[in-house]
Design a protein around this ligand. Structure first.
Ligand SMILES: NC(=O)c1ccc[n+]([C@@H]2O[C@H](COP(=O)([O-])OP(=O)(O)OC[C@H]3O[C@@H](n4cnc5c(N)ncnc54)[C@H](OP(=O)(O)O)[C@@H]3O)[C@@H](O)[C@H]2O)c1
Length: 228
């Protein structure tokens, strides 16, 4: 049996990952989400909003084989992705950093007693966090916070390797996926848009095939490395 923790289990990709891992084998799943999951009694649920000042109580008696962060923020009623530097706003920048990088980093700190030698720690990142791949500009807060997340992933991989020889820390880009996060922006997309289920089929395979040599890096849904 594998112990799996999914953070953001109510999201489009997060809930597809939850379904997939529930159906795959006898996994024991703990889910963290902002609101209660509907019709899912087979998981241990922890309710946590990343805006909360206090971190949630996390299980202390479990070592996780797999930890996946499927949370993320691009837009909400208050903040829209910036088209120009004229749109920059301190609160919007800070909010993106909080949801996309700061709270994931603090949750990983809080979970540090729950690692074991073969734990895989996965963060859903985004190709737009790549500096070298940025040809369009815009989306300052989202891009910057995902780039910061990618640096955290690299740091964490280096640090954890000193203690656990086989722990793997990676960022994954799920592709363009039909979701609440992407829906306002997919109208003009020319390439394929995955359903959450399609994307997670790919992601589960990528995760399955990760080795220690991949740790600290960012990969897409076909295991292609995304340059920093
Ligand atoms: N969709 C794409 O095309 C795409 C492309 C590249 C990367 N990604 C990345 O993939 C990940 C998942 O995105 P998605 O497409 O599945 O989007 P989504 O359906 O909007 O899911 C986002 C998740 O983040 C959670 N979240 C947002 N703000 C939160 C907060 N304050 N506290 C707690 N949870 C919060 C949401 O909780 P609620 O369910 O409660 O709202 C939801 O679980 C993100 O990291 C995103 O950047 C997505």
């Amino acid at each position: 049996m594998n112990n799996i923790l999914i953070i953001g289990a109510s999201g489009s990709i997060g809930s597809a990952l939850l379904n997939k891992y529930q159906n795959l084998k006898s996994n024991n799943i703990t889910a963290i989400s902002r609101s209660r999951l509907k019709d899912n009694t087979a998981v241990v649920e922890i309710i946590y909003d990343f805006n909360s000042e206090i971190l949630p109580d996390l299980p202390t008696d479990k070592k996780f084989d797999l930890i996946i962060f499927a949370t993320g923020h691009l837009h909400n009623e208050a903040y829209k992705p910036e088209k120009s530097i004229r749109d920059l706003n301190a609160e919007a920048l800070a909010y993106s950093y909080r949801i996309n990088c700061i709270i994931p980093a603090l949750l990983i700190k809080a979970l540090s007693q729950s690692f074991k030698d073969h734990t895989k720690i996965i963060f859903l990142s985004a190709k737009v966090g790549s500096i070298s791949d940025n040809h369009l500009g815009g989306w300052y807060a989202y891009r910057m916070s995902k780039t910061a997340l990618n640096m955290m992933i690299k740091n964490l991989a280096i640090e954890l390797k000193r203690k656990y020889k086989n722990i793997i820390v990676c960022g994954l880009h799920p592709g363009t996926v039909a979701s609440r996060l992407s829906s306002p922006f997919t109208g003009s997309v020319q390439h394929e848009i995955f359903t959450p289920s399609q994307s997670t089929d790919y992601l589960v395979e990528v995760i399955e095939n990760l080795t220690i040599d991949h740790s600290g890096k960012i990969y897409d849904y076909h295991s292609n490395e995304i340059s920093p």
